[in-house]
Design a binder for this molecule. Structure first.
Ligand code: HEC
Length: 115
C-alpha cells in the first residue's frame, strides 16, 4: 500500500530539479552543489547563462570586487544588466558565500584555465 506512493514521491523528487533547470543550466551543475545561502539560486541562474558556476565559486572577493566583476560581465561579455533588486540579492550571496581568501585555504576544485 505504501510502496507505490513512495515510488511516486521519489519520481517527483527526481523529476523536479530536471524540470526546474531546463533553460540554460549546464547539466553537470546544480545550485545545491554550492554554498548554501540566501540568493544562491538567483545567483546560480544569473551566472550560468554563460559559464559554469564553478568559475564563480572558486573566486573569493569583497562585495566591491564582486560588483566590479558583474560590471565586467555586463560590459565585456554582454551580460544583460540585473535589476537593482536582483543585483543586491546576487551581491549579498556572493559576498557571504565567497569572501576573499587564499586559494589553498579552501582546498577545493581549481579551474586550471582561469588566469
Ligand atoms: C553574458 C555572459 C555572462 C554572464 C551572464 C556571466 N558571465 Fe562571467 N564570464 C563570461 C565570460 C565570456 C567570461 C570569460 C570566459 C571564461 O573565463 O569562461 C567570464 C568569466 C568570469 C569570471 C572569471 C574572471 C577571471 O578573471 O578569471 C568570473 C569570476 C565571472 N565570470 C563571474 C560572473 C558572475 C559572478 C556572474 C553572475 C552574476 C557572471 N559571471 C555571469 C560571461 C558571462
Amino acid at each position: 500500500m505504501l510502496r507505490p506512493l513512495g515510488m511516486a514521491v521519489a519520481a517527483l523528487l527526481w523529476m523536479a530539479p530536471a524540470i526546474a533547470q531546463t533553460a540554460f543550466t549546464p547539466r553537470d551543475e546544480t545550485p545545491e552543489e554550492f554554498t548554501a545561502g540566501t540568493g544562491r539560486d538567483e545567483t546560480f541562474y544569473a551566472c550560468t547563462a554563460c559559464h559554469g558556476f564553478k568559475l564563480v565559486a572558486q573566486q573569493g572577493m569583497t562585495r566591491a570586487q564582486w560588483d566590479d566583476s558583474i560590471n565586467l560581465m555586463i560590459k565585456r561579455h554582454n551580460m544583460p544588466p540585473l535589476g537593482e533588486k536582483d543585483r543586491a540579492v546576487v551581491l549579498g550571496y556572493l559576498e557571504a558565500a565567497y569572501p576573499p581568501r587564499t586559494p589553498a585555504a579552501r582546498g577545493g576544485w581549481q579551474n586550471p584555465f582561469a588566469k
